[in-house]
Ligand binder design. Structure first.
Ligand code: 16G
Ligand code: MG
Length: 552
């Protein structure tokens, strides 16, 4: 039943969170993200939408996370979390965009329109969990979120500073208490408890050392790892934490998973110890990559593809030891996955692999189609999803199986407990990776030796309208502008093992280009040539991209 008047929605907006900009803002791949100073009215309005969403979901809890992930300090953002701890359903992104952009004067009417369109029963209770990252602009935005919730008579619960995946976990647990307890302690208990249990059956062996350096990106993830660290003795996991956001240390600046992945250079502020394994988190703790530097100071990156293959191969081994063929495992990647990883998955691991569009929601829903779905973006965002069928089969074997399969099923059950299935989670993923490295008795170097990546390069091109580029086949082929795909095909054909694609970014007003080939120079040249093609055929702006110096 819609309410007769929403005056209070307007009153809050006008008095406390007025819209002060006419810049259009869109709910993109990861919610709204822009300069923090442009966001207060947007976040307030998302508080309203979260309440409507909660009522449409029969009063189940919805999450709101205030963060701009790996972006630099002046940015911020907000995204909504659905009742199962998953990203907001895609159809609602249009409601979010509409509500964020109307004038204050039209806000009341637009809110009413949305309520009617989605048929929300506004007499129901509504519950919204709110979390934020460490940005200095976050508390103010979290308060705006809470006011939005209150304006529509929902109940906000603020968790303060938490990682994005923790907030997703809390939402899931609140709506399904069999998953865990919706508190930070509940989160640690489940994930850390499973790691400790598993390590009881998997003592340190071979070349694995429990000593791990961590780059906390000067954000929330590193801070939370301080709590995690307290639970371990050094034999279980010896964490050395760096970039924890002390005074003068800037969030994501020169450090963090995105910096390491994109620039392919180490994070600042970490002592250089050859072959020491280093885990790098992003600013809100939902991405993880590993790396080490060798004795010549060259960096070697172990990205999301490496994590996916490591986890999937171990789960496959445990399933074999469980002696079950009932559970099928698959891997989901995006076009950015290194071609060598896809080949290794197909030829060596013999695991089905699927490629989908960039963005967690696409990977997550594709992974749901397998009994066990492992998904990772190359940038380090990913997790493992286990269907109820898989969980039932595994727990049955853990209870009733023969001794050897029972042992394997018990390990797998703990592995499942350690996984945050709601979304990619750097802390949970870190513990999963450490478990597998320990179980295999391997070092970072040996992990790297499982296959050899093709050299690759990512570049960006500025065009007048990024939507001039349209893609198909999981963003691997361009369908417009005309002639671009044919040009890319001709360029790629010049390089053995060459592969390249161009896609419009979902988070910035640019086109991204990716290329890989047998040598770094070839990958760099191919990427630059594709940039030129995009620039020429899709309305490039500014200076024409140049080829690498050695090609001039
Ligand atoms: C967002 C996505 C991330 C994706 C990235 C691509 C979520 C939670 N995050 O950060 O998965 O890799 O966008 O950015 O979905 P791009 O479209 O600018 O390349
Ligand atoms: Mg992030």
């Amino acid at each position: 039943m819609p309410p007769s008047s929403l005056r209070v929605v307007y009153a809050f907006a006008r008095e406390m969170h007025p819209k002060t900009t006419d810049v259009f803002i869109q709910y993109g791949t990861a919610g709204f993200r822009t300069k923090a100073i442009l966001l207060e009215h947007v976040v307030y309005r998302m508080g309203l939408l979260a309440v409507i969403r909660s009522r449409v979901k029969n009063g189940r809890t919805i999450g709101m996370m205030i963060t701009a992930s790996h972006n630099l300090e002046p940015d911020n953002g907000v995204k909504l979390v659905d009742p199962d701890g998953e990203m907001l359903e895609e159809e609602w992104e249009a409601h979010a965009t509409k509500l964020a952009n109307v004038s204050d004067n039209d806000l009341e009417a637009t809110t009413m329109e949305i309520i009617q369109e989605v048929k929300a029963d506004m007499t129901l209770k509504a519950s919204v969990f709110i979390g934020m990252d460490t940005r200095y602009t976050s508390p103010r935005l979290a308060a705006a979120a809470a006011n939005g919730v209150i304006a529509l008579k929902g109940t906000p619960k603020e968790f303060g500073i938490v990682t994005t995946p923790m907030l997703h976990f809390f939402v899931k647990c609140r709506n399904d208490n069999s998953y865990g307890t919706p508190t930070e302690e509940g989160y640690y208990e489940k994930i850390i408890g499973a790691y400790k249990n598993m390590r009881k059956s998997l003592p340190t062996k071979g070349d694995y050392s429990p000593c791990l350096y961590v780059d906390g990106a000067n954000g929330v993830g590193g801070k939370k790892l301080k709590n995690v660290k307290k639970n371990f003795d050094e034999e279980e996991l010896e964490l050395h934490l760096f970039n924890l956001g002390g005074s003068g240390e800037k969030l994501n600046l020169g450090c963090g998973a995105d910096h390491v992945k994109v620039t392919q250079t180490p994070a600042k502020g970490i002592p250089s110890t050859p072959y020491q394994r280093i885990a790098s988190l992003d600013g809100d703790g939902d991405r993880l990559v590993y790396y080490y530097t060798d004795d010549k100071d060259k960096m070697h990156l172990l990205d999301g593809d490496r994590i996916a293959t490591l986890l999937a191969s171990y789960i496959t081994e445990l399933l074999q030891r469980c002696e079950t063929t009932e559970v099928q495992l698959g891997i989901v990647q995006t076009a950015y996955a290194n071609g060598a990883s896809t080949k290794y998955i197909t030829d060596t691991l013999k695991i089905p692999v699927q490629c989908v569009k960039t963005g967690v929601k696409h990977l997550h829903s594709a992974a749901h189609k397998y009994d066990i779905g492992v998904y990772f973006e190359a940038n380090g965002h990913g997790t493992v999803l286990y269907s109820s069928k898989a969980k039932n089969v595994i727990s049955r074997i853990a209870r009733e199986g023969d001794p050897e399969p029972r042992e394997a099923a018990k390990l797998l059950s703990q592995f499942i407990e350690m996984t945050n299935e709601t979304v990619g989670d750097a802390i949970s993923d870190l513990l999963l990776v450490e478990t597998v490295l320990c179980a295999r008795g391997i070092s970072a170097l040996q992990w790297m030796q499982l296959y050899t990546d093709l050299p690759c390069r990512q570049l960006k091109v500025t065009v007048a309208d990024r939507n001039a580029i349209q893609t198909t086949d999981a963003e691997r082929q361009c369908t417009s502008p005309e002639g671009l795909q044919q040009r890319i095909n001709e360029l790629v054909a010049k390089y053995p093992s060459g592969r390249a694609f161009a896609r419009p970014s979902g988070t910035e007003d640019i086109v991204r280009v990716y290329a890989e080939a047998e040598s770094q120079l070839e990958a760099d040249t191919l990427a630059a040539e594709v940039c030129q093609a995009v620039f020429d055929l899709a309305g490039g702006v500014g200076a024409r991209p140049e080829l690498p110096a050695t090609q001039e």
